[in-house]
Design a protein around this ligand. Structure first.
Ligand code: NAD
Length: 261
């Protein structure tokens, strides 16, 4: 993908302190972008921006809080000049509790971060992009935005919602030069998934068996797709939700998809 060059472009990445967001920061920076790293974890946000180098900035904030989103976008804009690309990686996992044991507060918090957070950041960066008639937004849905996953009501609803918001904004803003797309990762080896594996909520071997490629994804697998969708190579790609899941969503047969040890 050497033809992809983000020199002179400003990229804001939420959830940029860890996992897929952190990998995206590296991938965009390696192709010349100035990156504004944003995350609710202030210390990690600043540490990642420092690691990336001088032209990159820290814009910590909570995507679930509208005031905080306005502030973090202003900080990013002040540091970058323009925000040409928004990469929405901030998100949280579910509790895996039986539905009748879940609380409404738990539901609301996940919806607030994963769904409302995506909506708020899109709204906050859009006015400048629409004025310039140029911009690209990539949101993170999930295979949980394509299928049901028992015990994860809020997560599944939030990720279906992200797919819906993505299609909706693409239809509204496409003719004004702003493309909005989403990726739908399968199981990706990030701290979020590692914590679920460590807590016994996710069985790594079963996931590998269920995945036609026989392995979990890497954060870079997702970051590379996000970079492509943000680039001029995807100039006519708008409103899609693309799986990046090693074939998970293509598999419909009974039984294992791959032989693994
Ligand atoms: P991660 O936990 O490694 O990173 C998520 C980051 O989001 C963390 O740094 C966290 O501090 C930040 N964050 C959480 N709440 C926030 C808030 N309110 N405001 C700002 N930042 C906040 O997780 P990850 O696996 O890299 O997940 C990134 C995104 O990808 C999430 O939306 C997740 O749902 C989605 N996703 C992940 C997988 C996977 O298998 N890892 C699969 C599908 C979708």
């Amino acid at each position: 993908m050497s033809e992809i060059d983000f020199s002179g472009k400003g990229v804001l990445i939420t959830g940029g302190a860890s996992g897929i967001g952190r990998a995206s920061a590296d991938v965009f920076a390696a192709r010349g972008a100035a990156v504004a790293v944003s995350d609710i974890d202030k210390d990690k946000t600043r540490a990642v921006a420092r690691e990336l180098g001088n032209q990159h900035v820290a814009a910590p904030g909570d995507v679930a809080d509208e005031t905080s989103v306005v502030e973090l976008v202003a900080t990013a804009k002040a540091g970058l000049g323009t925000i040409d690309v928004l990469i929405n990686c901030a998100g949280v996992s579910d509790s895996f509790a039986p539905t009748l044991d879940q609380t409404v507060g738990h539901w609301q918090r996940i919806i607030d971060i994963n769904l409302t957070g995506t909506y708020l950041t899109c709204r906050a960066v859009a006015p400048d992009m629409l004025d310039r008639r140029e911009g690209s937004i990539v949101n993170i849905s999930s295979i949980a935005g394509l299928f049901g996953l028992p015990y994860r009501n809020a997560y599944v609803a939030s990720k279906h919602g992200v797919a819906g918001v993505t299609k909706n904004l693409a239809a509204e803003w496409g003719q004004r030069g702003v493309r909005v797309n989403a990726v739908a990762p399968g199981y990706i080896k990030t701290p979020m998934v590692q914590n679920l594996i460590d807590a016994g909520r996710v069985d790594e071997t079963r996931i590998r068996r269920r995945t036609p490629m026989g392995r979990l994804g890497t954060p870079e697998d997702v970051a590379n797709l996000m970079m492509y969708l943000s680039s001029p190579l995807a100039a006519y790609v708008n409103g899609v939700v693309i799986p990046v899941d090693g074939g998970w969503s293509s598999y419909g047969a009974a039984g294992d998809a791959a032989e693994v040890d």
